[in-house]
Design a protein. Structure first.
Length: 135
């Protein structure tokens, strides 16, 4: 159809579905890494930003991976500067240091997003050009 929907034949996984699945898995793995880094050392949130990233390179790398995954899920188009700023603000950052509830909420937002995308793939629904439903 003209809506950018590509049906997946029953019992087969399209290349687009395989790519989306790999991206979702990468995003979920990065979220797990952020959680484990915060559990291991809650101060990594502050130190990774204050010391130029030397103290929290793994944390920063995981945050960057999530932003990269979001970009890839948006049909490979680069995020605008404003979109990137928005998504970074939605991930745990130094402003959330005193609010473990906010950190957990932000991580869960992304986990739910990635799981929703994954579920739509697994349920063999039609694949759109915009799995994030942004456009």
């Amino acid at each position: 159809s003209g809506l950018g929907i590509v049906p997946t034949p029953s019992g087969q996984t399209s290349q687009a579905a395989q790519t989306t699945k790999a991206n979702v898995e990468s995003g979920l793995k990065a979220l797990d890494k952020i959680e484990s880094e915060l559990k291991r050392d809650p101060s990594v949130l502050l130190r990774s930003f204050v010391t130029g990233g030397l103290a929290g390179r793994t944390f920063i790398t995981a945050r960057s991976e999530i932003i990269d995954v979001l970009s890839r899920l948006r049909t490979g188009a680069a995020l605008t500067e404003n979109e990137e700023k928005f998504y970074k603000g939605q991930l745990p950052n130094q402003k959330d240091l005193l609010s473990p509830e906010t950190i957990k909420y932000k991580i869960n937002l992304y986990r739910e997003l990635f799981n929703r995308i994954s579920s739509s793939q697994l349920s063999n629904q039609n694949i759109t050009n915009d799995p994030l439903n942004i456009r």
